[in-house]
Design a protein around this ligand. Structure first.
Ligand SMILES: [Zn+2]
Length: 599
């Protein structure tokens, strides 16, 4: 089994190490996503790369009759798709053909960027908005995915040659610059992990150290937009463009753990806490401001004007995973789950071929006239950063669920499938997130004692656990339940996470949703859709928070779902209310939707 996207060295500051040998059953939710991703999303992305001109921009370097198509960072659409192919171990012909093309157009010194080579800009003259190193980072990550999965290092070699050029130009005692769109930092650290060459880690560290010194041109956007307003180590609040901020944070966390910089790691933990407690939506979405695709002030979380770019949710998961490995804390897995099963799950259509770029928590009945909030997922976007980003995350998802340390194995996300590590084989059976029962069957085990650690999510008020049918005291410590014993083949563990429907009240400082509540069940955030309600105006529906809340399993609806039957009123009239999982919204007749409901 191959290594995943994040493999810290043994010298790194790490509480946990990723387990790579995980397979999802296709019957489970995560497994079904990976199947749709491989069968639908990745082929769809490949076709769209042709149609959008992203591939043409590279072919154009050999044939100038081909028209140039924006945006300037279209190469990254290809690279993210290649990375998805790597983790999914699919489309080898496409990977080979793309690698041939890239090898052909790469400059002798390693430079590779279709916008610049196509004559639309000069090399390394616009660090603020040029995206040259952003694209380089995605190229490097694609090569790492391909090398780790197939063993073929040709694509990795192309990225490495570019990285060598970056080291030569911008390494120690060379020109001081930082990239306007962070991404290459985390790619360079992973390249160091993959190759053992310290110069890549040093360059990533330099890009972190040099940030906040005013090196970026602020003519078009303020320094805060690309996190150049203050040194990373002096940052106390997450600000600016949400994708940039979280990619940078992921890279800074990588640098911190690989250089043993526990001070920087502590800064990242504080920054994450600021994000998670004051700037994250209930769905896990981040970046509330449309203007600048940016984080707002603390508690500035309007549901209707929520930007919540899909890529920002992805970046949040990537950052949280790095902090989880570094610290072992369950809070990072909690946010990964919330973001993955709500914001990100909603961003993709059930058929895997249409996507939201922004993910609001409310669309009004009158909100369908353009320009307005998105009410339909689109097969592609003019700025197509999100679809291939979804593809690469979903392809690698099995690398984000479990870890090990000296004591044993930790399971952070629940899935149906098989996990193997060092003589241990566990088979997980569950209908999660529809049901809170997860069973673990021990199929192989070493003879000595080891600890199975299970996350008890922060949303779960009551968890029970049985080993071979006998109840164990189940008091989690900081969100984790450790079962230490000598295991035998045939042992079973049953974890039951109680998941009754629950009412969630917003923080009082989130002014935009005062007087409203949300309904959740287990890890899923629910919403109301206009299509389920005859009562008009939809916006005036009020939920009875003391009323009954009944689960209704509907295998026939939305590809299988569990609805919540609630009670409420419209004016003085009592009405039935139906809530659907937020991630399944906008899959029927177009209409209004809201997560926060007047109460
Ligand atoms: Zn995006």
């Amino acid at each position: 089994m191959t290594n995943g996207p994040v493999v810290p060295t043994r010298a790194a500051v790490q509480a946990r190490h990723p387990i790579s040998d995980v397979r999802f059953d296709e019957a489970g939710l995560l497994g079904s996503w990976q199947r749709v991703n491989a069968d639908q999303t990745i082929p769809h992305c490949i076709a769209q790369l042709e149609q959008s001109g992203a591939l043409g921009n590279l072919w154009r370097l050999r044939d100038r009759a081909i028209a140039r198509r924006p945006p300037r960072f279209s190469d990254s659409d290809l690279y993210k798709t290649l990375e998805a192919c790597g983790w999914a171990d699919t489309a080898p012909e496409f990977v080979t053909a793309s690698t041939d093309l890239l090898a052909c157009v790469q400059e002798p010194d390693g430079y590779l960027n279709s916008w610049v080579q196509g004559g639309d800009a000069d090399r390394f003259t616009d660090f603020a908005h040029g995206h040259e190193m952003y694209c380089a980072g995605h190229l490097i990550q694609a090569g790492i995915a391909d090398a780790r999965t197939t063993g073929d290092t040709r694509l990795l070699g192309i990225g490495r040659r570019f990285a060598d050029l970056l080291c030569e130009l911008f390494g120690e005692r060379k020109r001081d610059i930082v990239p306007g769109h962070p991404e290459v930092e985390t790619a360079l650290v992973e390249l160091y992990r993959q190759t053992g060459a310290g110069r890549y880690l040093e360059l990533a560290k330099r890009f972190i150290d040099l940030r906040g010194r005013g090196l970026l041109d602020t003519t078009v956007t303020p320094a805060e937009y690309f996190q150049d307003h203050r040194p990373v180590r002096d940052t106390t609040s997450i600000t600016g463009h949400a994708v940039r901020a979280t990619y940078l944070a992921a890279g800074a966390t990588d640098v911190a753990v690989e250089t043993g910089d526990v001070g920087l790691l502590a800064v990242m933990e504080r920054l994450w806490a600021d994000m998670a407690t004051t700037k994250t939506y209930l769905t896990g979405g981040i970046g509330s401001r449309q203007d600048g695709e940016a984080f707002g002030d603390a508690y500035e979380l309007p549901p209707d004007r929520a930007y919540c770019e899909t890529c920002a949710g992805i970046a949040s998961i990537m950052w949280s995973w790095r902090l989880l490995l570094a610290t072992g804390k369950a809070c990072y897995a909690d946010l990964i789950e919330r973001t993955l099963l709500n914001c990100l799950a909603a961003a993709t259509s059930p058929d895997g071929r249409a996507y939201f770029y922004v993910n609001p928590l409310q669309v009004r009945s009158a909100g369908f006239a353009a320009p307005g909030p998105p009410v339909r997922r689109e097969p592609w976007h003019g700025c197509a950063c999100c679809p291939p980003n979804i593809a690469r995350l979903r392809a690698a998802l099995h690398h984000y669920v479990a870890t090990f340390d000296g004591s044993g194995v930790q399971v952070h996300q629940y899935f149906a499938g098989t996990l193997r590590h060092d003589g241990i084989r566990l088979v997980l059976d569950t209908r999660y997130p529809w049901d809170g029962t997860v069973t673990f069957a021990v199929r192989d085990t070493p003879p000595s004692a080891w600890t199975l650690t299970l996350r008890v999510p922060a949303w779960c008020a009551a968890a029970t656990v049985r080993v071979n049918g006998a109840p164990l005291p189940a008091t989690p410590t900081q969100g984790q339940l450790a079962i230490d014993r000598i295991w035998h083949v045939g042992d079973t563990v049953e974890l039951v996470l109680d998941m009754p429907p629950r009412i969630t009240r917003p923080h009082p400082r989130v002014d935009a949703v005062r007087g409203c509540v949300a309904v959740e069940r287990g890890p899923l955030v629910y919403c109301l859709e206009e299509v389920d309600h005859a009562a008009r105006p939809f916006e005036d529906i009020v939920l009875d928070t003391a009323g009954p809340a009944r689960t209704v399993e509907r295998p026939d609806l939305l590809g299988g779902t569990t609805l919540l039957a609630l009670r409420g009123r419209l004016n003085a009239d009592p009405i039935d209310i139906t809530a659907v999982p937020y991630f399944q919204w906008a899959n029927r007749e177009a209409g209004a939707m809201r997560v926060w409901i007047p109460a």
